[in-house]
Design a protein around this ligand. Structure first.
Ligand SMILES: [Zn+2]
Length: 150
């Protein structure tokens, strides 16, 4: 039995039921969860009597399974939002989300982090977009980091 709100790997989500609980607005707007929420405002959705965080499911529905050790974070600081465009995977990304949300550029990214991102890109296996998603940054910011010669 998986713990509360844990991995969503291989879950089968009833998307019709799921999206009936979402106020789907414009493509780039927040899509607030309108059903049950945790005290912190995260939506929850039950599958086989297990409660899952709605935003994690939204990310899973949009992008597929993701590594267990990563969390799904809000770029928009709206905990009830389940618009996949406003969600990102995070560890490091958590620290970066404000930066991204406020549209700051590569100059504000800490030196070590920029170097880490550039090293990952050069090691291969990541596209600009997938790296951007991992760090919660627009892919153009990744390009700027690379152009700065890290
Ligand atoms: Zn949002």
């Amino acid at each position: 039995m998986k713990p509360h709100g844990a991995t969503v790997d291989n879950l089968i989500v009833d998307t019709v039921n799921f999206f009936s609980k979402v106020d789907v607005r414009g493509e780039d707007d927040c899509h607030p969860w309108v059903a049950g929420k945790t005290p912190k405002g995260y939506g929850h959705f039950y599958i086989n009597r297990v409660a899952y965080r709605a935003h994690r499911l939204a990310y899973y529905i949009a992008y597929g399974p993701y590594p267990d050790h990563l969390g799904v974070l809000h770029l928009c600081d709206n905990t009830s939002c389940v618009n996949p465009k406003h969600l990102t995977l995070g560890t490091q990304a958590e620290n970066m989300k404000d930066m991204s949300a406020k549209g700051r550029g590569a100059n504000q990214i800490p030196h070590e982090l920029a170097a880490e991102i550039a090293a990952k890109f050069r090691a291969g296996g990541f596209s600009l977009r997938s790296l951007g998603r991992e760090y919660g940054l627009p892919h153009v910011t990744i390009t700027r980091i690379l152009n700065k010669g890290y």
